[in-house]
Design a protein around this ligand. Structure first.
Ligand code: NAD
Ligand code: TYD
Length: 347
């Protein structure tokens, strides 16, 4: 099978590329990524050495480039991870979120219609459901929870979900959608809570906790998310939405304290800073549907996953130091001449 993975140079997309190459060595993976600030080709260095992997730099909103890639690569499955993904950036400047997350998704859906694929999978987020109150631990997001977004990021992801469902109903594009809770693990860009706190703690810098730190996120180790998507694209029912999460709810302040404890750093590094505008209070997924239909369940508990993640950041200083110094952004230019398998679609 030919599988297009968009956004494969980012956090979850790259983990998915490695998951698929290992689990299904018979399949070809074609990664499309624009290499925005969040995309890092160094992350895909090991994949680039494999015959079954190909990297193409392109913008998912560039219709000509996307059609050309579909024409040449003839994908059976398309998994769309490509997105602007950081809530704080969406509050600063929403426009690029609309361009990539909505227009980009619509271009991919048009390409899927034109070249009739077997499956288009949209990687969505639990943030499309809005938030839950802190004093109702009995409430969870199910697939039936109404969409009720808070940030420009979540509004753009919800818009994309609606388009995906519209293309299924109107044009019979064979789609699935997954809505996952917060991920953590290797290759997580250090603007997000967990990698930022690990790196700041290692550098004895302040750990900026928004507001009181009582907001709750439902953490899932990234490999468990990849396993769920792999199941959905191969066995999930067309037209369906699947929630993904592993009942690993933690308050931000407790996550930060756990990281400090693991690293042997003092809690005096914690600095409570101004709260995020419109800050969602609690996310919590009910994963009953994917468990009952596809037999998925998470394998990594938060206590173990956070240790694995900290260990990974300790052992891969070059990776995140390259990001902090900005070196990773010239990697494509440095490597482009040497790598025959990469193609450049003009962006
Ligand atoms: P990320 O920001 O780490 O990576 C996004 C990738 O998309 C980058 O490689 C970037 O270069 C690429 N990209 C951005 N705009 C593009 C464009 N116009 N064309 C082509 N490529 C483009 O994001 P992530 O955390 O890996 O998230 C991946 C997907 O999973 C997103 O759709 C996000 O909404 C969803 N998601 C993330 C989480 C989470 O906790 N990180 C949870 C649930 C769902
Ligand atoms: P983040 O990793 O940005 O993911 P999301 O907003 O998609 O949940 O943030 C996770 C939580 O951590 C969220 O409640 C905001 C909070 N946060 C901080 O307190 N300080 C920070 O520096 C960051 C980046 C996030």
């Amino acid at each position: 099978m030919n599988i297009i993975v968009t956004g494969g140079a980012g956090f979850i997309g790259s983990n998915f590329v490695y998951y698929e190459l290992k689990k299904h060595p018979e399949d070809r993976i074609i990664c499309i990524d624009k290499l925005t600030y969040a995309g890092n080709l160094e992350t895909l260095e090991a994949a680039l050495k494999k015959d079954k992997f190909k990297f193409i730099r392109a913008d998912i909103a560039d219709r000509r480039a996307i059609y050309r890639i579909f024409e040449t690569e003839r994908p059976d499955i398309v998994v769309n991870f490509a997105a602007e993904s950081h809530v704080d950036r969406s509050i600063e400047n929403p426009e690029v979120f609309l361009q990539t997350n909505i227009i980009g998704t619509s271009v991919l859906l048009d390409a899927c219609r034109k070249y009739s694929i077997d499956r288009f999978h949209q990687v969505s987020t639990d943030e499309v459901y809005g938030d839950l109150p802190l004093d109702r631990p009995d409430l969870f997001f199910t697939e039936e929870t109404p969409l009720h977004t808070s940030s420009p990021y979540s509004a753009s992801k919800a818009s994309a979900d609606l388009l995906v469902q519209a293309y299924h109903r109107t044009y019979k594009v064979p789609v699935t959608i997954s809505r996952c809770s917060n991920n953590y693990g290797p290759f997580h860009f250090p603007e997000k809570l967990i990698p930022l706190m690990i790196i700041n703690a290692l550098s004895d810098k302040e750990l900026p906790v928004y507001g009181t730190g009582e907001n709750v996120r439902d953490w899932l180790y990234v490999k468990d998310h990849c396993a769920a998507i792999d199941l959905i694209i191969r066995k999930g029912r067309v037209g369906e939405v699947y929630n993904i999460g592993g009942h690993n709810e933690r308050r931000n302040i407790d996550v930060v304290k756990t990281i400090l404890k693991e690293l042997g750093k003092p809690e005096s590094l914690i600095a409570h800073v101004a709260d995020r505008k419109g800050h969602d209070r609690r996310y919590a997924i009910d994963p009953t549907k994917i468990h009952e239909e596809l037999g998925w369940e998470p394998t990594t508990k938060f206590e173990d996953g956070i240790k694995l993640t900290i260990k990974w950041y300790l052992e891969h200083r070059d990776w995140w130091m390259g990001i902090i110094s900005g070196d990773y952004q010239t990697y494509y230019e440095r490597m482009y001449d040497q790598r025959a398998k990469m193609e450049y679609a003009k962006i």
